[in-house]
Design a protein around this ligand. Structure first.
Ligand SMILES: [Zn+2]
Length: 187
């Protein structure tokens, strides 16, 4: 009699344990949109590079710091950092090590959870954007250059349009080479 009681108790305990474990097992979904965030930030910096080239017509590919003179690169990255606690928490859950490393590399402080973890995410995105810029900006610049300027066949310099030429001033060439000043109006 005593044994049976004990057996029942044990079975009950096991059953309760079983229920408890099964109840504890939950599946949660974490949305991983970090790559998407990085990609769209890069797109914006790419647009900024082209905008800068159109405005300043540089001879060589500008440094990313040239683009950031007005603080635009900083602004673009800053506005791409998630602001909702849930999103930040999820990304931290998935990318803790990467964020900590980015924060450490930035050498800005010793608490990676600074600013609710947003600072580390900022530096992470920044590092991805800078790495992309190192890799891709020269090609983008070259494409922009080829699309916007013809080159002198003699010296491979840009052909300029003489913006000061007027109808009355028929003698100065409309197009000329920046280097040898060859008149290229009719070419
Ligand atoms: Zn020339």
């Amino acid at each position: 009699m005593k044994n049976k009681k004990y057996l029942n108790w044990t079975l009950n305990q096991n059953y309760n344990q079983f229920r408890k474990e099964n109840k504890m097992k939950r599946t949660i979904t974490i949305e991983d949109n970090l790559q998407e965030i990085v990609d769209s930030t890069i797109e914006e910096v790419k647009d900024l590079l082209i905008e800068f080239c159109n405005k300043n017509e540089p001879d060589d590919c500008p440094d990313i710091n040239d683009l950031d003179e007005s603080g635009r690169v900083h602004e673009i990255i800053d506005s791409s950092v998630p602001i909702y606690c849930g999103e930040i928490r999820d990304l931290w859950y998935l990318y803790k090590d990467d964020f900590e490393e980015a924060y450490e590399d930035a050498g800005i402080g010793d608490n990676p959870l600074d600013n609710d973890g947003m600072a580390a995410i900022y530096f992470y995105i920044e590092s991805k954007v800078y790495a992309w810029y190192d890799e891709e900006s020269k090609d983008i610049f070259t494409n922009w250059d080829e699309e916007n300027f013809k080159r002198c066949e003699e010296c491979d310099e840009r052909i300029r349009e003489n913006e000061e030429r007027t109808i009355l001033d028929g003698l100065t060439p409309l197009y000329y080479c920046d280097e040898c000043y060859r008149d290229l109006t009719n070419e």
